[in-house]
Design a protein. Structure first.
Length: 470
C-alpha cells in the first residue's frame, strides 16, 4: 500500500522546498510534489525533512572505546593498543550485540546506510572457525535488526606495519585480521552474498585495502582487481583519469573499494622510505585509483596527491570527530572538492555518532585552518552527509521519484534549532533533534525512539562486559 508523508519543509535535489508531499510504494518514492498542503491520511513529519544520511566509514567495535581512552594522553598509536584490547575480547555473539546497538544508535541519528570497514575476521591468534565469515555475518544481522542498510567493506589486512626495511609480519591481535595473501582474502569474501546476487536486500558487499601499511605493494592491485571483477564474477569497470577499464557496468553498479589513506604523517614517511612515493602516489602507480575508490581521512596530502584523487574522481571520506579525537589533523576537504574529488562523511571510531555534527565539523575545521568562513555551503555539506553512492547505494540519498524512500525529520523547535533558517539546519541541529527516520519506506525511528526500544540500555549491556576485567 502507498504511504504519503507531508512536510512543511524538505531538502530536494534542486534545493530546499516548502509544503512537500512524498508518496512511497515498495520502498521507493513514487511521487514528490511541492507547494501542496497536507491531505487527510498523510503522515505529517515535523521540522525539516532530509534524505537519509550515509555513514561512509564505521568500525562498529570501536564504539566500546568511547569515554575510555582519554586518561593516558599519547598518540594515535597508543590509542590503538586499547582498541586492540577490545578486539581481543569479541566473538560473533558479542559482536552481534555490540553492532546491533551501534547501528541502532546510528538510526537514531538519521543514518539509513553504513559502510562498515570490517577487518576483525578471525578468532584470537588468527584461529579460523568453521564459518570463515562469522564475524561479518554478525554485522549483517545487526544491521537488519537495527533497520538500516549495510555495506560490508571487507578489509584486506596482511602486514603489521611498514618501514624502510619493508613490511612487518602480523603479530598479537593483528593475527585476527589477516588472511595470508590477497587471493585467499578474495576467496573468503567471495562467499558473501548480497542484494546483487541473491543475498539480503539490505546488504552490499565491497572491499577495502586497510592501508598501504597493512597491504604490501604487490598485493594492492590484486585487492583492487578482485573488487572490480566482483570477486571472480562479472567485471565492474571504472572510469578514471586513465580512461575506461574493462566493460563498464553503469554508474554506481560496481562494488565500492575503500582505503585508509595518509591518516598519519608516520604513514607517509614510511611509504616514502620504502617506495619513494606517497601513499596516493603508490596507489596511482599500482592502478588502484578510480571513481569507485574512497580515500578515508586523506588528511596529510601533497598538492600532487590532491590532484591525483581529483583527476580520478575518487571519494574522500572525512571523519572530523574522530580526526580531532585522535589528534590526526585537518584534511584539505575544500581543495579536494575543487580538484574534482567527491566528499563523504563517516563516524569512524564513534567518538560521536552524529552525521549532522560531522557535516558541521567539516566546515568548522576548515574555518580554523583557513581563517575563513563559508568554505563549504550547507548544500555541499548535505551532499557529503548523503553520499550513499560512495558505499554502493547509488539510488539513495535524494528525495526524488525512483530513489529509495529514506527520510529524516529534524525538529526545528528544540533549544538547539529554534529560530534557525531551515536551509541551514545542518549548522544548528544535532542527532538529538532527529524525530523520525524512514529507511526503504519503513519507519525505524519515531518520536525520537528506535523500534528496538532503549538503545542506551542495549549499548550498556554490550559494552560493559568487554571492560569488566580491565
Amino acid at each position: 500500500m502507498s504511504t504519503t508523508y507531508a512536510a512543511a519543509y524538505a531538502s530536494l535535489p534542486d534545493g530546499p522546498a516548502r509544503d512537500v508531499r512524498v508518496t512511497v510504494d515498495d520502498g521507493r518514492f513514487t511521487a514528490v510534489t511541492t507547494g501542496t498542503p497536507p491531505e487527510p491520511g498523510d503522515h505529517r513529519l515535523p521540522g525539516v525533512v532530509l534524505p537519509g544520511l550515509a555513514n561512509a566509514h564505521s568500525h562498529a567495535f570501536h564504539r566500546a572505546l568511547r569515554g575510555r581512552t582519554h586518561d593516558r594522553g599519547g598518540t594515535f598509536w597508543t590509542w590503538r593498543q586499547r582498541m586492540y584490547a577490545v578486539a581481543d575480547r569479541l566473538d560473533p555473539e558479542r559482536y552481534l550485540a555490540l553492532a546491533r546497538a551501534v547501528y541502532a544508535e546510528m538510526a537514531l541519528a538519521g543514518i539509513s546506510a553504513v559502510g562498515e570497514f570490517h577487518y576483525l575476521h578471525h578468532g584470537p591468534g588468527g584461529r579460523r572457525s568453521m564459518e570463515p565469515n562469522a564475524m561479518g555475518h554478525a554485522l549483517v544481522q545487526a544491521a537488519a535488526d537495527a533497520g538500516i542498510r549495510l555495506t560490508l567493506l571487507d578489509a584486506c589486512y596482511l602486514a603489521g606495519g611498514l618501514s624502510a626495511e619493508g613490511y612487518a609480519p602480523l603479530e598479537g591481535t593483528q593475527l585476527r585480521f589477516g588472511d595470508g595473501d590477497a587471493e585467499t582474502w578474495a576467496l573468503r569474501v567471495a562467499d558473501l552474498r548480497d542484494a546483487t546476487d541473491g543475498g539480503p536486500a539490505h546488504l552490499r558487499v565491497g572491499g577495502a585495502i586497510h592501508s598501504v601499511r597493512a597491504v604490501p605493494r604487490d598485493q594492492l592491485s590484486v585487492v583492487a582487481e578482485a573488487v572490480r571483477t566482483n570477486f571472480g564474477g562479472r567485471p565492474f569497470a571504472h572510469r578514471g583519469g586513465g580512461g575506461d577499464v574493462e566493460a563498464h557496468a553503469g554508474p554506481g553498479r560496481g562494488r565500492p573499494l575503500h582505503i585508509h589513506l595518509s591518516e598519519q604523517p608516520a604513514e607517509n614517511e614510511a611509504c616514502l622510505d620504502a617506495h619513494g612515493l606517497t601513499p596516493t602516489g603508490l596507489l596511482a602507480a599500482e592502478g588502484v585509483l578510480g571513481p569507485d575508490l574512497t580515500a578515508v581521512h586523506a588528511t596529510h596530502l601533497t598538492g600532487e596527491d590532491i590532484g591525483l584523487l581529483g583527476e580520478h574522481r575518487a571519494w574522500a571520506c572525512f571523519c572530523p570527530t574522530t580526526e580531532r579525537d585522535l589528534a590526526d589533523g585537518i584534511g584539505p576537504a575544500s581543495a579536494l572538492r575543487r580538484s574534482g574529488a567527491r566528499l563523504s562523511l563517516g563516524s569512524d571510531q564513534h567518538a560521536v555518532v552524529d552525521l549532522l555534527e560531522e557535516a558541521r565539523a567539516l566546515e568548522m575545521h576548515e574555518r580554523l585552518d583557513s581563517l575563513e568562513r563559508g568554505r563549504l555551503t550547507p548544500g555541499q555539506l548535505l551532499e557529503a552527509a548523503t553520499a550513499h553512492e560512495s558505499i554502493g547505494w547509488a539510488d539513495a540519498g535524494r528525495i526524488e521519484v525512483g530513489a529509495r524512500a529514506d527520510l529524516v525529520a529534524v525538529r526545528d523547535d528544540t533549544v538547539r534549532t529554534a529560530g534557525s533558517d531551515p536551509a541551514q539546519i545542518l549548522l544548528a541541529a544535532t542527532a538529538a533533534d532527529v524525530d523520525t527516520v524512514v529507511v526503504d519506506g519503513r519507519v525505524v525511528v519515531q518520536d525520537g525512539r528506535h523500534r528496538l526500544g532503549d538503545v542506551g540500555h542495549l549499548l550498556t549491556e554490550a559494552i560493559d562486559p568487554l571492560w569488566k576485567d580491565d
